[in-house]
Design a protein around this ligand. Structure first.
Ligand SMILES: [Zn+2]
Length: 108
């Protein structure tokens, strides 16, 4: 007669209660925040080899991105501290007009 083991074999690996959500640092205020609560921006090159910062609202822009709270103060701080160029690894100051328009539409 074969020995019958327990009905269920408990071999589950111990898992975290909640999956670790990605956390990013806002380039404006430098606070760490869940990525879902931040706005992603990415550098896109225009035809003249200059860089512009584009709002990645769909989350699918390629290239290096930066993260920002969707509030005007963080945008202002990021622009003032030239955080875009640093975070996006751009040597010259990028054109941030698209981001600025996006933020002014948010607060409108
Ligand atoms: Zn912020």
């Amino acid at each position: 007669m074969r020995f019958k083991g327990p009905e269920t074999v408990d071999c589950t690996v111990i898992q975290h209660e909640t999956p670790t959500a990605p956390v990013r640092t806002c380039i404006g205020c430098r606070k760490r925040e869940l990525a879902v609560d931040l706005l992603r921006v990415a550098a896109v090159r225009d035809g003249n080899g200059k860089c512009a910062v584009s709002v990645d609202s769909a989350g699918n822009l390629p290239g290096r991105g930066a993260w920002l709270h969707p509030v005007q103060q963080c945008l202002d701080a990021a622009v003032r501290r030239r955080a875009f160029a640093r975070a996006l690894r751009i040597t010259s100051s990028p054109d941030t007009s698209e981001v600025e328009e996006f933020f002014s539409a948010l607060s409108a």
